[in-house]
Design a binder for this molecule. Structure first.
Ligand SMILES: [Zn+2]
Ligand SMILES: [Zn+2]
Length: 250
């Protein structure tokens, strides 16, 4: 596949790393190292003709990097037409203010407790249909009650927010955007060792089943590594391990 190949990784001071990298044609990840939280916080840019969609928009203090990322694509904040929030935590919505031309959406379960001073700027995701533009919407409902996964049909990329993510983890040894087998293994052993329990586990498994109804070949989460290639097998393994654990504790 041919796409604009560039990677920008630059260090500001000792601890702050910002990586901006293509995932597929017209789909990009911005990963900002958050020294306070000791995690990469991710957001995503999708270009479709004159339309630019953001999947999450980071903390307010990281907006400068999102602006730089858009500029490197020849775009500005005013060009962003759609902002989809996976959930209402500050690291996913706080940067929304500068995107004045973007229609902004969040799930109904989430808007009342957004960590953002202007929740009224966000519209509620439609409940009478399961898509918006080229995105399928799936309420996964764990991590937060209104956590949503989005599936971008043209690129076959699924955005899982913090429902399934790599918060606080190092990047894969193969890079930010990679098959990420080390990250997959780490999640599988976390689950195998009882990392998700009780009611959370049941909701988690249902959410995973929903994700596997998509035909994703890349997985973009709220934090850390972006996985490319065969997402369905990985998610199936998670479902299998989760179900085993459910049966064990019964
Ligand atoms: Zn979160
Ligand atoms: Zn987060």
């Amino acid at each position: 596949m041919i796409y604009r190949t560039f990677t920008r990784a630059f260090s500001l001071g000792e601890e702050i790393w910002i990586i901006f990298e293509p995932i597929k044609k017209n789909v990009y990840v911005l990963a900002v190292w958050d020294a306070e939280w000791k995690s990469y916080n991710n957001c995503y840019i999708i270009l479709e003709g004159d339309y630019i969609t953001l999947l999450d928009c980071g903390k307010k203090e990281h907006s400068i990097y999102l602006i730089k990322a858009l500029e490197s694509l020849g775009k500005s904040v005013d060009d962003v037409t759609l902002l989809l929030a996976t959930h209402g935590h500050e690291d996913h919505v706080q940067g929304a203010e500068i995107f004045i031309n973007a229609k902004k959406y969040i799930h109904a379960n989430e808007r009342g407790k957004m960590e953002y001073p202007y929740p009224e700027q966000f519209e509620i995701l439609p409940s009478n249909r399961n898509n918006i533009d080229d995105f399928d919407i799936l309420l996964v409902g764990d991590h937060t009650p209104g956590s949503v996964a989005f599936y971008h049909r043209p690129s076959k990329v699924v955005f899982t927010g913090d429902f399934l993510c790599f918060f606080g983890d190092s990047l894969s040894k193969d890079g930010l955007v990679s098959q990420g087998n080390d990250l997959r293994e780490a999640w599988l052993s976390f689950l195998h060792n009882g990392g998700v329990t009780g009611q959370h586990l049941k909701i988690f498994i249902e959410g995973l089943k929903g994700i596997n109804r998509f035909d994703a070949d890349a997985m973009c989460s709220g934090h850390g590594g972006v996985l490319v290639g065969d997402i369905t097998s990985f998610v199936s393994e998670l479902i299998h391990l989760g179900q085993e654990w459910l049966h064990t504790v019964k």
